[in-house]
Design a protein around this ligand. Structure first.
Ligand code: ZN
Length: 463
């Protein structure tokens, strides 16, 4: 690649020199005249300038490696006194690994490609899905079903064809992390799970790379820079992983598309600042963004922790131990954005499969269907003839549920069986236990709407 750009530069110089010769011959009347063609880039009205094409003039005085096209492309940032040619050349020589080509990675990659970073590594094992497009703006409809790395690389190269792009269509794992990260100057954590956050941070400590970390969920975002200028690492701040219940995912909690867009844009900014030495990187501080109030707070972080297992005075994580470290066991969460495994809380005698429940409906058996998802989820799509009471409201809605299940027959009042459904089949099991404590015959519809779509009705809009 370096050879190619050197060759290109040489050809441009030769081209400019040839143009100069032609212009001199033309001025001397030795060739047929076409002055406008030769001086088209020059300063009209200045005899000396029009005689020398602009490329020759800047080459003669320049002490940098930017071509005329590059100067034109990056002119608006070259014009910044604090940035200039020097910073632009640093970007051109730099390489950045972006782990995750999703909501955060999209703006990171778009801006780094546009700004003139020389080499981008894009890592993501997933394919583009329709529900990605509202926030993962690097991908387009044409790439739904294709690997995200392919889609992201194509977009980056469409923006800037001089870019070098490396694609990693697999997840970062303990076994491969050091090898991949070592090839880059800086790493961007645009991942979406806590296990990968620990792994990236540890690998950046061992490989001695700065890490620009971002997170976005719901209407909130966070940003900080780890392992830079003696600052802390992720483990310094969070030596113990959060409980699994505290780790929400976009797939469950939702996220407004523009929120990761804002955080990712901040990440791109921090990368450029660190690579160029321009400005003050956001180390030992955390930016906390609240989209609802459009408020940004800066929280000062503790410095490096001498007791830290990764970057402390006696680290336990090193080049030898890291590849063997089980990050999934450490964090009780997978190294990917998979939903947490379904728990089995109630017994088979208190469960019914989706197909079994379909038969109950088709046979018109008297029953109550209780949907325990949140009201806003129920409003998106639900089964007909269901009662929606969110799981968290079950205790206070006890009387209403018992009354809804009651029917009066010739033999008196009796309770109908209650079938309980939720999104993925975890809350519904807990609800069954709760309803049985009310004295009702409750049954869990196994796997919730996720299984309903797979086993019964693929047209039900699961989200
Ligand atoms: Zn640390």
């Amino acid at each position: 690649m370096a050879d190619l750009s050197a060759e290109l530069h040489k050809l441009r110089v030769e081209n400019a020199l040839l143009k100069k010769q032609v212009s001199l011959l033309t001025a001397n009347g030795n060739l047929s005249e076409n002055p406008t063609a030769i001086s088209s880039g020059g300063y009209a009205g200045d005899a000396a300038a029009s005689a020398f094409p602009e490329e020759v003039q800047w080459i003669a005085g320049a002490r940098h490696s930017l071509s005329g096209l590059e100067i034109r492309r990056y002119s608006r940032q070259l014009l910044l006194p604090s940035f200039g040619i020097e910073a632009q050349q640093k970007l051109a020589k730099a390489s950045v690994l972006v782990v995750g080509a999703g909501g955060l990675g999209s703006p990171v990659l778009l801006y780094l490609a546009a700004s003139g970073v020389g080499c981008l590594g894009i890592m993501d094992p997933d394919s583009v899905e329709l529900h990605n497009l509202h926030r993962q703006v690097i991908h387009s409809e044409a790439f739904v079903g294709e690997l995200k790395v392919k889609s992201a690389a194509a977009t980056c190269l469409a923006i800037n064809s001089s870019l070098q792009v490396r694609e990693y269509a697999f997840a970062l794992e303990a076994a491969n992390a050091l090898e991949v990260i070592s090839d880059y100057d800086i790493v961007v954590d645009a991942s979406d799970n806590v296990a990968t956050r620990y792994l990236i941070s540890d690998a950046c400590i061992v490989a001695n790379k700065p890490l620009v970390s971002g997170a976005a969920l719901g209407m909130d975002g966070q940003l900080t820079v780890y392992n830079h200028a003696q600052g802390p690492c992720y483990r310094c701040l969070f030596p113990t992983p959060p409980s699994q219940s505290a780790c929400q995912r976009c797939a469950d909690a939702g996220v407004l598309g523009v929120v990761p867009g804002i955080v990712g844009t901040f990440q791109a900014l921090e990368v450029i600042k660190i690579l160029t030495g321009v400005g003050e990187p956001f180390s030992e501080r955390m930016l906390v963004f609240d989209a609802l109030s459009t408020r940004i707070r800066t929280v000062n972080l503790r410095g490096r922790n001498p007791e830290c297992a990764a970057c402390g005075d006696n680290p336990q994580v090193d080049r030898r131990t890291l590849p063997e470290f089980d990050y999934e066991a450490f964090t009780s969460s997978p190294l990917c954005d998979a939903p947490p495994p379904r728990q089995q809380i109630v017994g088979e005698d208190q469960s019914i499969t989706c197909r079994g429940y379909k038969e109950v409906r088709e046979a018109h058996e008297a029953h109550l269907l209780l949907d325990v998802r949140e009201q806003h989820e129920y409003a998106i799509a639900a089964l007909p003839s269901s009662l929606n009471i969110p799981f968290s409201l079950l205790p206070q809605q006890r009387d209403a549920i018992v009354a809804a299940a009651e029917v009066t027959t010739s033999l008196g009042v009796k309770s109908l069986p209650v079938y309980v459904i939720c999104r993925r089949g975890n809350d519904s099991q807990a609800a069954v236990n709760e309803l049985r404590s009310f004295g009702l015959s409750a049954y869990d519809i196994t796997g919730g709407f996720q299984s309903w779509v797979q086993d019964v009705d693929p047209n039900f809009p699961f989200f």
